[in-house]
Design a binder for this molecule. Structure first.
Ligand code: TXA
Ligand code: MG
Length: 349
C-alpha cells in the first residue's frame, strides 16, 4: 500500500489537507495524525470494517479496546447510555486535553471498538489538527497510538513512518506531540472513579474535583498477578528492543548503582545505554549517556521518554540502565511507562 505523507501546520492546519484526510477516514481508510499526547492511528469509529484494519496494521490483540476521539461533548451523547453529571464537570475542566473517560456504551458503537465490553473510552484531544480532522470527518475517530503493538508510542511522524509505512493510507505530520505520553484513562463506571492508566491529567489534578478518585491497583503495585481493569495494561508495552532496567530510590544511590552496573556490563563487552537526567548526566563517565529531561520539570521527561527509548534501539544498545523518578504528579505516568518498557525490571536501591 502507498502511504501518503503530508506536512500540516499545527497552529493553522491547511483546510485542503485536512479535508483529504477526512475523506479517507469517511471511506474506511487509515490516517495517522498528531494529538497533544502521542500520534494516533485513526479510522471511522462507527465503521466496524475500518476499525478492524487498525488491529491488523498495528498487530494489536483483538481484546484491547480503542479510544473514540470527539471534537465536542455533544458528540458523546449518541455514543453512551448517559453522560453522568460528574463526567460533564470533568469534561468542562479537562477537555480538550489528555484525559480519556470510560462510559457505558450505546449500541451505535461496533463491538470491535470496545472489544465486546459494555463500556467505551472517549476523549477530546487538545490539538488543532486532530480536532479539525474529527470535525471534517463528521464521525468519532477511533485511534490507538500509531505504533506497532508493543513498541514505544510515536511522538514524531518519523516514529509512525518507522512502524506503519506501507500499512496505512496517510500520515499527517504535524511535528512533535506535546505531553509525549498517552492520555490518562479514567473509569467512571465503577463504585469509585478510578485511574486505569496514568497520564497528562494527574491524580493530583483530579483530586480537587473528584476527591474520591483512586489509582487502579495495577498502577500502584509491582506484582504481575493483579488483574488489570484496562485490557491494555496487561501487555508488555512501550518496549524498546534492548533489555531495560529501571533504578529507583535516592538520586545519589541510583547514580552509584547504575555506574557500578554499567562498568560490569561494559567489561563483559556489552553496549550500555544510560538514561540519565539533566541533573545527573555529568556523573557518568562510561556508556552511551542520554539525558531524558530535567528532574525539576517532569514534563520534559514525559515529552522525551519514548523518543529516547527509540533512539537507543537505533543505536543498537544491548541494555538500557534507566534512572527512575518520584511517583508523584506526572512522575506516576512516567514510572508506569518505564515499568512497562522494562517488563517490570525495577531495582530499588
Ligand atoms: O493519548 C492517547 O490516549 C492516545 C491518543 C492517540 O489519543 N491513544 C492511545 O490509545 O493511547 P491506545 O489504544 O494505545 O490506548 C488505549 C487504552 C488501552 O490501555 C485500552 O485498554 C484502554 O485505553 N481502554 C480502551 N477502552 C477501554 C474500556 N472500555 N475500558 C477500559 N479500558 C479501555
Ligand atoms: Mg498504545
Amino acid at each position: 500500500m502507498e502511504t501518503r505523507i503530508v506536512k500540516v501546520n499545527r497552529d493553522n492546519p491547511e483546510v485542503e489537507l485536512i479535508k483529504e484526510g477526512a475523506e479517507l477516514i469517511k471511506s474506511g481508510k487509515l490516517v495517522a495524525f498528531p494529538t497533544e499526547t502521542v500520534y494516533g492511528l485513526g479510522a471511522n469509529g462507527l465503521d466496524e470494517e475500518a476499525a478492524s484494519k487498525i488491529f491488523v496494521a498495528k498487530g494489536r490483540p483483538q481484546d484491547n479496546p480503542l479510544i473514540l476521539h470527539v471534537s465536542s461533548l455533544e458528540e458523546v451523547k449518541q455514543l453512551v447510555k448517559s453522560i453522568p453529571k460528574q463526567a460533564e464537570i470533568i469534561a468542562e475542566k479537562f477537555w480538550p486535553g489528555p484525559l480519556t473517560m470510560i462510559f457505558e456504551r450505546s449500541s451505535l458503537i461496533p463491538d470491535v471498538i470496545t472489544a465486546g465490553l459494555d463500556t467505551v473510552a472517549i476523549r477530546m484531544p487538545d490539538h488543532k489538527i486532530a480536532l479539525e480532522l474529527i470535525r471534517a470527518s463528521g464521525v468519532p475517530i477511533a485511534a490507538p497510538s500509531a505504533n506497532t503493538s508493543g513498541r514505544p508510542s510515536p511522538t514524531i511522524a518519523q516514529h509512525v513512518i518507522e512502524d506503519l509505512y506501507g500499512k496505512i493510507d496517510m500520515i499527517i505530520d504535524g511535528g512533535a506531540t506535546g505531553v509525549g505520553l498517552e492520555s490518562t484513562v479514567l473509569d467512571l463506571t465503577g463504585e469509585l472513579p478510578t485511574i486505569l492508566r496514568p497520564g497528562g491529567v494527574t491524580l493530583e489534578d483530579l483530586k480537587p474535583i473528584i476527591p474520591d478518585v483512586t489509582l487502579d491497583l495495577s498502577i500502584v503495585k509491582d506484582e504481575d498477578n493483579i488483574i488489570p481493569k484496562s485490557p491494555g495494561q496487561k501487555y508488555r508495552h512501550y518496549a524498546p528492543k534492548a533489555h531495560m532496567i529501571v533504578y529507583c530510590g535516592q538520586v545519589d544511590d541510583i547514580v552509584e548503582a547504575i555506574k557500578n552496573r554499567a562498568k560490569e556490563l561494559i567489561e563483559e563487552g556489552k553496549t550500555v545505554g544510560i538514561m540519565a537526567t539533566d541533573e545527573t548526566k555529568s556523573s557518568y563517565q562510561e556508556g552511551m549517556v542520554v539525558s531524558v529531561g530535567s528532574r525539576k520539570d517532569m514534563g520534559t521527561i514525559a515529552h522525551n521518554l519514548f523518543n529516547v527509548l527509540r533512539n537507543f534501539d537505533e543505536k543498537k544498545v544491548d541494555i538500557i540502565l534507566s534512572e527512575g523518578v518520584e511517583m508523584e504528579d506526572l512522575g506516576t505516568a512516567i514510572m508506569n511507562r518505564m515499568k512497562k518498557a522494562s517488563g517490570g525490571n525495577i531495582i530499588y536501591v
